[in-house]
Write a protein that binds this ligand. Sequence first.
Ligand code: SF4
Length: 289
Amino acid sequence: MAEDLIEEVVVQLLRESATTLPSDVIEALHRAEATEESEVGRSQLRTILKNIDAARRLAVPLCQDTGVHVFLVRGNADAAVERSILSGVARATAEIPLRPNVVHPLTRENPGTNVAEGLPHIIYHPADDDILEITVLPKGAGSENMTALAMLTPAQGIRGIKQFVLDTVVRAGGRPCPPTIVGVGIGGTSDLATGLAKQALLRPLDLPHPDPVIAALEEELAEALNLTGIGPMGLGGSSTVLGVRIATAYCHTASLPVAVNLQCWAARRATARIYPDGRVKFRGSPFEP
Ligand code: SF4
């Protein structure tokens, strides 16, 4: 597949995700505004919705923190795909523009391109077909900094999982810019659980988990979290979360890893499918047909 086509698609994905939220997120914010019990909370949601509308009309980023970039690539990807993603991120940073957020962890030196050792983070899922699917999930620091991992004991079970999710969201308070989407990774190893928590954020809010037990747990947690009173931007109210999204993996019989990855109201994501004949389809998530 041509490198310049992939680079162009990456730039478009970054532009789309930076300036426009997926429709399921916007609908969830409208529902929250309609049901929010606090006047201050409602006014925060109204401001958020106006901000979203202005960003889309003016084609400017929704938030000054345009995040660091996580990519999921599904398909038969070679080194050329990775080169195209890196050059696409550097180009988008200059052209859109995106804030150059990526710095060395110790010296804080900033290359200015959002491309450096380890970032963007690219996760590959091999596939047999000839379609290349690229998804981007920009993560702002306010929500990413609230990530938490617990290595529970199997005896702590579902009760322990619920307590950990509640404690994490309450401890985060207003810092992740609520209403948030709460990604929960359950099982695997410590690193797998943390990755699952982030990848769980890719499932749209109007798409329930296919396992009814997990779907019910997501609903139960969302209801409980909306009773915490944290509210929009942490200023109080009944809209603390837009939803909870859980992803699971089997784990060691002696382990129960649980990770939480919060996503702020600016829940940006975008997906593109590139077909062998050069056609490109853009979607709000890899779950959309
Ligand atoms: S947490 Fe999200 S909405 Fe808040 S400043 Fe960061 S990117 Fe923006």
